[in-house]
Design a binder for this molecule. Structure first.
Ligand SMILES: Nc1ncnc2c1ncn2[C@@H]1O[C@H](COP(=O)(O)OP(=O)(O)O)[C@@H](O)[C@H]1O
Ligand SMILES: [Mg+2]
Length: 268
């Protein structure tokens, strides 16, 4: 399937500061979502349209309750919109079956959440190997990919540690490595720094940005933490279910401007 949306349709509700030449990898066109609460119908997203680009970190920033997690779950195929269309590469997620969405999420997406979601009994390396095994990879390939991903996030020296021995920032780096090891085209992060101190949060957001640049992945992060804004390539400001500002930090588009990932024990 090929997206049939015109550029005007795709961008109809957004004001893009300076649009790069690349094709968007993720497009939402006039999506709406509401939830029933007792007898009341609460409108969460209203006619929202966005086009997210590959190879950069896009941050959707806005206050708690404005609809960020709902938007992320619709863009990542976890929920359907009530109205409107969502396209990921050449697939229309808003019309896919539940089975197609499962396949999309399994093969093309990685997720990072505020709470890390690590298994207490598993080492850092095993946290990553386990989901990789569901992709049908050999044990050797799972191990190699896990080690490579842990090195990439600066956790090569902590591969045999269990979560209890890791700091919050280190746990989040393991969670990012777990998502990264799948080599997904899309990496979605929901409040990935909210449980962390400022320095750890900065390291995490820089790792996410580095991944977008190094792998050409589409990295989409939602957060109410305004400290992250300066670290994103592009910022979409959201309020009350609509995007009301869209801007990009064109002076910081090269990954070599990023500080190195710390590797010392408890650095994050
Ligand atoms: N499944 C649901 N059922 C009912 N209300 C929901 C549901 N999910 C989210 N909401 C409501 O939608 C609003 C936006 O939620 P959310 O997308 O989580 O916002 P954010 O991530 O910006 O804090 C909130 O008022 C929340 O209570
Ligand atoms: Mg949320």
């Amino acid at each position: 399937m090929t997206p049939t949306l015109s550029t005007n349709q795709m961008y109809s509700n957004t004001t893009l500061a300076s649009e790069p030449a690349a094709k968007p990898s993720l497009v939402a066109d006039k999506i709406s979502k509401s939830f029933e609460s007792g007898l009341i119908n609460i409108q969460i997203l209203t006619d929202l349209s966005i086009a997210i680009m590959p190879s950069e970190l896009t941050l959707i920033a806005g206050p708690s309750g404005c609809g960020k997690s709902t938007l992320l779950s619709i863009l990542s195929g976890l929920q359907f919109p009530d109205q409107g269309q969502v396209w990921a590469l050449d697939q229309e997620l808003s019309r896919a079956s539940r089975r197609e969405l499962e396949q999309f999420r399994l093969h093309h997406t990685g997720f990072v959440f505020q709470g890390f979601n690590l298994f207490p009994a598993l080492t850092a390396c095993e946290q990553i190997e386990l989901p990789l095994s569901y992709l049908g990879l050999s044990k050797k390939e799972c191990r190699e990919r896990a080690l490579q991903a842990l090195h990439e996030v600066g956790m090569g020296h902590r591969v045999d540690q269990r979560p209890a021995a890791l700091s919050g920032g280190e746990k989040q780096r393991v969670a990012i490595a777990r998502a990264l090891a799948k080599r997904p085209q899309f990496l979605f992060a929901d409040e990935p720094t909210s449980a962390l101190d400022a320095a750890s949060g900065q390291t995490i957001i820089n790792i996410l940005r580095r991944i977008a640049h190094a792998h050409g992945s589409t990295v989409l992060c939602v957060s109410h933490d305004h400290r992250l804004i300066q670290h994103a390539d592009r910022v979409l400001e959201m309020e009350d279910g609509v995007i009301n500002r869209d801007w990009r930090a064109s002076s910081r588009t090269q990954s070599h401007h990023l500080p190195p990932v710390p590797t010392q024990e408890h650095a994050v």
